[in-house]
Design a protein around this ligand. Structure first.
Ligand code: NAI
Ligand code: MG
Length: 368
């Protein structure tokens, strides 16, 4: 049966990088896989078309699809659009309505780009970390959340960190399952020394591990110490699981160990469907719509292409296809093909978005 893939290219460089992903999907379709691709609007382009950043009809398609692949949304053109219908609202609605509670952010160092890292080459060569961030709970959503007027010239700002057992259980389960198809190691990060939610987090992760995943190696780290270890000796980690706030920061830190924003993919997963076992999933590059380079053919399509590789791995049980695609990217980089964002001060002529995509398809074909 065909895999249903909903492509929402979005705004700015979104359609440019997605154009290259479509070539890659086409290659897999010509080589034994079966993706039925549907395309629709999200973000500013959707607002222009029908006044909403994501329409109900698009949401229906997203809910039915086996996976959603998103480019990027937003741009200066929509800066004055009302808050509820701004382009980013489309992204938030997708995440919320699909209940995507697990955000996966890999930090993988491609050998050819090791000198782009802020750390020494030997610290990042071969680096391959996956940060699993809880995305729908914690301090960004907990109540009360307000600024209170205390009436004495003072105000009090309140944010509340809230986690229930089931939220920690399901994110820990995702982390353990992912570890099983990687290096089988999970490090859980919280601050149980100063936060009650950290105590529950630690204890639930322990219980889930004991009950269902005792074959996976587990250790715990306080999140601040974990941050230090990430920049001191990053290769000690395989899968890191942490809450929404710590995950937001730690995943950005880890990402910068490996180079350009144009290289970073992500996945957001929901709960497994009761009937099929398949998780709702949204795959997207970490970068935005890059209005400064949009329309110029300069964007690096690799972040979006690697997001599709994640879809192959996590939505379509096609780990070998994902490996093959990642190897093609690695090979093209090793050959010295570089979009402008991957060119250091030493210079060199940049490849265009289309040239980079073509080189990756050629490498897939094995005749690069
Ligand atoms: P951005 O990620 O779009 O760009 C930051 C810088 O990185 C720019 O100089 C850009 O040219 C460069 N860059 C980004 N992706 C690149 C790629 N694939 N290849 C080469 N260079 C790349 O972030 P910025 O400028 O803060 O935001 C621009 C717009 O994108 C805003 O409207 C923002 O709201 C939106 N945005 C959307 C996101 C999403 O759709 N998930 C995420 C972040 C921002
Ligand atoms: Mg962030």
């Amino acid at each position: 049966m065909a895999h249903d893939l909903l492509i929402l290219a979005g705004d700015g460089i979104g359609p440019e990088v997605m154009g290259e992903v479509k070539k890659v999907v086409g290659w897999f379709n010509a080589n034994g896989m079966d993706f039925a691709v549907e395309e629709d609007l999200v973000g500013g382009c959707a607002y222009d078309a029908h006044g909403q950043a994501v329409s109900d009809a698009t949401m229906d398609k997203a809910l039915k699809a086996d996976a959603v692949l998103l480019g990027a949304v937003g741009g200066p053109k929509w800066d004055k659009v009302p808050y509820e219908v701004r382009p980013e609202a489309g992204l938030l609605r997708l995440r919320k309505d699909l209940e995507l509670f697990a955000n996966l952010r890999p930090a993988k160092c491609f050998d050819a780009l090791a000198d782009f890292s802020s750390l020494k080459r030997e610290l990042v060569e071969g680096l391959d970390i996956l940060i699993v961030r809880e995305l729908t709970g914690g301090v960004y959503f907990g109540e009360p959340k307000e600024i209170r007027d205390l009436g004495n010239g003072q105000k009090r700002a309140i944010d509340t960190q809230v986690y229930d057992t089931y939220e920690i259980d399901r994110i820990a389960s995702v982390a353990f399952e992912l570890a099983r198809v990687r290096d089988n190691r999970v490090c859980s990060m919280e601050k149980r020394n100063v936060m009650r939610s950290g105590v529950l987090w630690h204890d639930v992760v322990e219980e889930v591990h004991k009950a269902r995943y005792s074959d996976v190696q587990l250790n715990h780290m306080l999140a601040d110490a974990g941050g230090m270890q990430l920049v001191r000796r990053p290769k000690q980690f395989d899968v890191i699981v942490t809450d929404n706030l710590f995950g937001d920061m730690l995943s950005d830190v880890a990402a910068m160990l490996t180079g350009s924003l144009g290289m970073l993919p992500s996945a957001s997963l929901g709960a497994p469907d009761a009937a099929t076992g398949r998780r709702k999933a949204l795959y997207e590059p970490v970068h935005g719509s890059a209005p400064d380079i949009a329309g110029k053919g300069l964007a690096n399509p690799i972040a979006c292409i690697l997001s599709f590789a994640m879809a192959l791995r996590y939505s379509f049980e096609a780990g070998e296809a994902a490996d093959r695609l990642e190897r093609a990217v690695e090979q093209v980089l090793a050959q010295g093909v570089r979009t402008a964002d991957l060119i250091g001060p030493e210079g060199g002529a940049p490849a265009s978005t289309v040239q980079m995509g073509d080189a990756i398809v050629a490498a897939l074909e094995g005749n690069a």
